[in-house]
Design a protein around this ligand. Structure first.
Ligand code: DX5
Ligand code: ZN
Length: 220
């Protein structure tokens, strides 16, 4: 089964972002962009001008993981900056209907995210209107944390829901993904793996992407 690899730019070299993006772009499926506001999560990252600048160096699919309070406020500007997909936390938009509509109006793909402590049930009613369900495998805010295996049953629940309802949403997992756990995560049903540290802190990031892909697609 083909798995999408989405390196998270949070672990890249911020003094040479364009170089890092151009280096991995030929081998990645998506590029994962973590936007943080220091309020919904206890950290700041980067925002619209950086995304816009990166769009001028690549055509790759921009997967924008929005970790802000009121995640729909900047949708128009994020769309203009060149994102492809907006994912929002159900903890930030408990009723995501309007946010979903506004995302579609911008011509973007839409996804919902659940934190480690949030049950899959919180997003189940909306899966049919989502392109992606993102299951966080660390508390959002920082790269370099350890994968939480206790979220795997939620990945299975999401996969089971998608299949039993004949849906096509991707199941994405974000946080602490490595070549050691990639196979376990895709066996549980994930179709998109986000990896920051495992890609950009490796000596050879493109090779690290391919190693993750091989690990993820290996049969048990
Ligand atoms: C954390 C971010 C992640 C992070 C993953 O809030 O959502 O995308 O960059 O980094 P690693 O792969 O280092 O855990
Ligand atoms: Zn992320």
């Amino acid at each position: 089964m083909a798995v999408k690899i989405a390196p998270s730019l949070l672990a890249a070299d911020f003094a040479h972002l364009a170089d890092d993006v151009e280096r991995v772009a030929p081998v990645v499926d998506w590029l994962h962009l973590d936007v943080m506001d220091g309020h919904f999560v206890p950290n700041l990252s980067f925002g619209i001008p950086v995304i816009e600048a990166l769009r001028s160096v690549t055509d790759v699919y921009f997967d924008c993981h929005i970790m802000t309070t009121n995640p729909d406020v900047y949708l128009g500007e994020l769309a203009k900056a060149g994102i492809s997909l907006a994912t929002m936390h159900i903890e930030a938009v408990p009723d995501p209907t309007r946010a979903m509509e506004r995302t579609r109006e911008q011509g973007l793909d839409f996804g919902l995210v659940i934190n480690p402590g949030t049950p899959f049930d919180a997003v189940a009613p909306y899966v049919e209107r989502c392109d992606v369900i993102l299951v966080m495998s660390v508390e959002p805010g920082y790269g370099g944390q350890s994968f939480m295996p206790e979220v795997l049953p939620k990945v299975e629940a999401a996969r089971e829901w998608v299949e039993s309802h004949g849906l096509r949403a991707d199941i994405q997992v974000d946080g602490g993904v490595t070549t050691e756990n990639a196979q376990q995560i895709t066996s549980a049903g994930a179709t998109v793996l986000v990896a920051g540290t495992a890609v950009f802190r490796a000596d050879d990031p493109p090779a690290a992407v391919e190693a993750l892909r091989r690990a993820a697609e290996t049969d048990e």
